[in-house]
Design a binder for this molecule. Sequence first.
Ligand SMILES: [Zn+2]
Length: 337
Amino acid sequence: MVEEKKCIICESLDTELKYKDYPGYIENTFYDILKCRVCGSHYINTEKIDSKIYSRIYSSEDLDGYDRYYKYAKNLKGFEDPLKYLAMNESIYYFIYKYVENINRTVNILEVGCGYGYLTYSLNKIGLNATGLDVAKPAIDFAKEHFGDYYNCSSIELFAKETGNKYDLIISTEVIEHTPNPKIFINQLLSLLNDNGKVLLTTPNKDYFSDDALWVSTKPPVHTMWLTKKSIVKLATGMGLSFKLHSYRKDYYPKFENQLIRYFRFRKEPNLEHIVDGNGQILNKVLANDGKLYVFIKKLFFENSTIRNICNFIYNKFLSDDITLSFELWKKSSKML
Ligand SMILES: [Zn+2]
């Protein structure tokens, strides 16, 4: 069974079992978490993920970790520049906001894994031409109803087969960590990319946490991997792609990323609860267990930009890393976009 031991990111055989039978997102499911000693990635081995799980996630307004996406989708139409609103909240959108600032307005953009569709909408709102793609029907139904006809409901495999289109820019925020295999996913993106195009990706940054942190990430198989900067370098070079990692932590303090508070809170042991039962009912006790002090501090942080900026300044000066890995990939033969 050598194949199973191979790191799905860098293909090194120097891997170890980090945690046996870690509780999965769905009740009574368990996954072995593996760690690669070379690239530092944590991951599970899985071949296919039932897309029904995303229909469940996007049918709910208050699932931990996804509730904020619903809030963005609900709130953003009230803002004149919705992309700026998103950028002020999270660095994943700041990356996109900065990236498209001076981009040619004629580029053809595809957002893969658009969820409720608010980023695709925001890009169109500032005069770009963007199409959103997602496998979750409730999310696409929401997007079409609220934002217009910019969306397709399909898996990327099917979309790549059926569409005749190629794109100049493919954006996929917080999606790669949901796929069974990062290389297959990136190849699917590349199959939809013009020769001179770029792919922009974001994913949670494992380097942000301590080395022994255990899956401070959405439970498997909703998240299948937890990547480091080295993972990205290994992935890109292993696939013969050019890449650039971006970083914003030095001068930008988004509302959602209460860095110092998160740093202290997430150093604890992992949460061993499942999130939903087999029928999709929420079991999540994480939110219910939030202490009053934490809720108070969080509120203070969200509502007071001075406190937030001081916290983030301290965090970024003395502690580790960006909370999100933001990077671009392009084919070596390509002329820069
Ligand atoms: Zn590896």
